[in-house]
Design a protein around this ligand. Structure first.
Ligand code: CP
Length: 307
């Protein structure tokens, strides 16, 4: 039995196979309508979510399975003090696979140690968000036709943004990816990403605070929201929340074939006037998230399309 806790839990080859399966699902959706008949996914969300929870549920429903779960800690027995370890033992009796989002880093790992069903990390604190990363990889591969030889700008809250940490972890495994890390000094990437991931893998990167100057070099611009829920004080959040706003004027500085991604939700960091730009790919990214999660459920449950 396998879990997905970290984007590196799948090798580059396994990730490639999963993305190939997601592309096949994209193009032959009806052929997958019954591959998970009789299977159930439990979505255990101790933190708010729209996309991740509902795309897991849509994915399982698209595969012919069923869904159960909770969407807040307050509506579960966590509110009465039940531990993650006990909760997963119960859920293992009710479902075949589960996706867990939790504010505490490492909670899905704890769950996996007490689980008899596959556990998927759907986001743990400011740590990792591996299924967003699979979504991002599918989006980049579909848009550019490759996952190497590119310059990726990551902009916004690089300190608390778990999608950024997971994406850097995943992309360093592909050749010739340069990162431009665009953030105010207070929101730079954590030391462990800089030291253990970028420097340890001899990856080219620069840390800058000016988005305009970075724009012309980028093949991908990955915008992120300033993560209000992870700040210790509201004053710092208010000071930093609008540090970058991508608008039409900034888009004029970018290459014609550059693409803008965002894990969403956005607050102010991408002006709605950018939505109609053909390079704005963040809503296409949401659709890819369903195909990738369908492929992931099939992979972890070891089910295949019948010929
Ligand atoms: N991208 C993402 O994780 O969105 P949600 O918080 O809505 O799940």
């Amino acid at each position: 039995m396998r879990h997905l806790l970290n984007p590196l839990d799948f090798s580059v080859e396994e990730t490639g196979r999963l993305l190939d399966l997601a592309v096949d699902i994209e193009h032959h959706l009806p052929e997958y309508a019954h591959v998970c008949d009789g299977k159930k996914i439990a979505t255990l969300f101790y933190e708010p979510s729209t996309r991740t929870r509902l795309s897991f549920e849509a994915a399982m429903l698209n595969l012919g399975g069923s869904v159960l779960g909770f969407s807040s800690a307050a509506s579960s027995s966590a509110a009465k003090g039940e531990s993650v370890a006990d909760t997963i033992r119960m859920i293992s009796c009710y479902a075949d696979i589960c996706a867990m989002r939790h504010p505490k880093e490492g909670a899905p790992l704890v769950a996996s140690l007490h689980s008899s069903i596959p556990v998927i990390n759907a986001g743990d604190g400011g740590h990792q968000h591996p299924t967003q990363t699979l979504t991002d990889l599918m989006t980049i591969r579909s848009l550019l036709g490759r996952l190497n030889h590119m310059t990726v700008g990551l902009c916004g809250d690089l300190k608390f943004g778990r999608t950024v940490h997971s994406l850097i972890n995943a992309l360093v495994r592909y050749g010739d990816v340069k990162f431009v890390l665009i953030s105010p000094p207070e929101l730079r990437i954590p030391e462990y990403i800089r030291e253990d991931v970028l420097l340890a893998n001899h990856v080219e990167f620069e840390e800058v605070d000016n988005l305009d100057e970075a724009m012309p070099d980028l093949d991908i611009l990955y915008m992120t929201r300033v993560q209000r829920e992870r700040f210790f004080n509201e004053e710092d959040y208010i000071r930093l929340k609008d540090c970058y706003i991508l608008d039409k004027a900034k888009m004029k500085l970018a290459k014609e074939n550059m693409f803008v991604l965002h894990p969403l939700p956005r607050v102010n960091e991408i002006s709605v006037e950018v939505d109609d730009d053909p390079r704005a790919a963040y809503f296409r990214q949401v659709q890819y998230g369903v195909y990738v999660r369908m492929a992931l459920i099939m992979t972890l449950l070891e089910v295949e399309k019948s010929c």
